[in-house]
Design a protein around this ligand. Structure first.
Ligand SMILES: *Cc1c(COP(=O)(O)O)cnc(C)c1O
Length: 421
């Protein structure tokens, strides 16, 4: 369920006609719905409500500060993976004690920044990182609260590029070595062990891999407690998938996920943290684009549009599907024809969809990519010197540009020509 629907034949974001945003902002642009962000966050807090919990939004999925503020104002925590994301969380008004620091390669500078600014916990991913963090914390006269990310060796059954919980993946420490690594952590003066962390992948469409992982975490909790460690908090990661195609089998609901969490780890009395990204932001955003040309090829017709792989890389990178719909609702039963929908970049990978059925399309027609809120704007680049596209946030009947389209001069101003050239 999202808030991008046709009303009187034109696509709206909540109560705003997208054509009105096009008129002010131009195309292409990303548009996010406050109501959808709120609803998805609340689905998680409700699903976990029988247990003490904190829902930490994975900033990497959608990191605009205005979006973060929507969630922060609802009480959300944030999961950050870099100094930049930490700074964004703070700029959105998130207190340090609601920020969790994840990632396999935290630098000492990043550790210092978070320890000084305030942090809920570090999710430590390796022994060298653990030792470095202890040194940095000790030098600052602080103690870093930590969980250790364990790799439970379960197959998340998702795209290989976003599967993270199998033996051989670069993430966490093998669960078989967890007791040994916790034992060392307990000896390091700058660390305070508070719990366990696990994250097995993204866009999971079944609860089974989560359940397998969480059962292992429940066992490990008891072993580590028996070893004398304090395990009060379980960070269960993100990864719940969303329906990208409307005709798809729907992935599990947050409520089913919450019930499974309670069943697998609820009896341990731990505070539960989760780090959803995609499920909160994915269907809360669309990408709006315009047809530049309709090109009739030998054996197919192309829609050449003004968005490209630099703006939305998921189809090129993961072969992902996005539903694509016209801003003007086609009449019921209107004829459809297949198009290859492509961007202007000189790479065959700059293809959003092949043989996709759409009603008649003409130059200037406006279309929307659905489910583009997560891993859309954040993964964009300026490839082909195409400036980053704007982001717009809607609430009810008003909207605001929350990241403006840079001018060409602003883009060029970041380059400098050395004096000696
Ligand atoms: C990517 C990531 C997430 C968020 O994953 P989603 O699939 O967007 O929910 C959460 N935690 C960690 C450690 C991640 O790397």
């Amino acid at each position: 369920m999202d808030h991008f629907q046709y009303k009187n034949g034109v696509l709206h974001a909540e109560d705003v006609a997208l054509a009105d945003i096009v008129a002010q902002v131009g195309t292409p642009f990303y548009c996010y719905s406050t109501a959808t962000l709120t609803r998805h966050y609340q689905l998680f807090t409700e699903a976990l409500s029988p247990m003490p919990h904190l829902v930490c939004f994975a900033i990497k999925s959608l990191s605009n500060i205005a979006v973060l503020k929507v969630l922060a104002d609802l009480g959300a925590g944030m999961d950050v993976v870099s100094a930049g994301e930490y700074a964004r969380a703070r700029a959105a008004g998130v207190p340090g004690d609601r920020i969790v620091f994840s990632g396999v390669g935290k630098t000492r500078d990043e550790m210092r920044m978070a320890l000084t600014g305030g942090i809920r916990q570090f999710n430590v991913e390796s022994e060298p990182e653990m030792r470095a963090l202890s040194q940095v914390a000790t030098a600052l006269g602080k103690v870093a609260p930590i969980t250790i990310r364990v790799n439970p060796d379960v197959d998340a059954k998702t795209h290989e590029k976003i599967s993270t919980g199998k033996k051989g993946d670069k993430f966490g420490i093998p669960i078989s070595r967890a007791r040994e690594v916790y034992a060392e952590a307990a000896t390091l003066p700058g660390l305070k062990i508070i719990g366990i962390d696990v994250h097995i992948g993204s866009q999971l469409t079944s609860l089974d891999p989560f359940e397998a992982a969480y059962l292992k975490i429940a066992d490990l909790t008891q072993q580590l407690r028996a070893d004398g460690h304090t395990i009060d908090r379980l960070d269960l990661g993100g990864g719940l998938g969303i329906p990208y195609a409307r005709d798809n089998n729907a992935p599990p609901l947050p409520s089913d996920y919450g019930a499974m969490v309670k069943r697998t780890v609820g009896h341990l009395g731990c505070e539960i943290e989760i780090e959803p990204g995609r499920l909160i932001s994915g269907n809360a955003g669309i990408l709006v684009s315009q047809v530049i040309y309709v090109k009739n090829g030998d054996d197919r017709d192309f829609l050449i549009i003004d968005a490209a792989m630099n703006d939305l890389i998921r189809p090129a990178m993961y072969g992902s599907h996005h539903d694509i719909i016209p801003l003007n609702e086609p009449p019921a039963g209107a004829d459809q024809q297949p198009f290859d929908i492509v961007g202007p970049i000189c790479e065959s990978g700059d293809t959003f969809a092949k043989s996709r059925n759409l009603p008649e399309m003409t130059e200037g027609a406006l279309i929307a990519f659905r489910s583009a809120g997560a891993y859309g704007a954040v993964m964009s680049s300026e490839y082909n010197s195409r400036p980053l596209i704007p982001e717009v946030l809607v609430r009810g009947d008003h909207f605001a540009v929350i990241r403006a389209r840079p001018t060409l001069d602003e883009m060029l101003a970041r380059d400098t020509i050395p004096e000696w050239l």
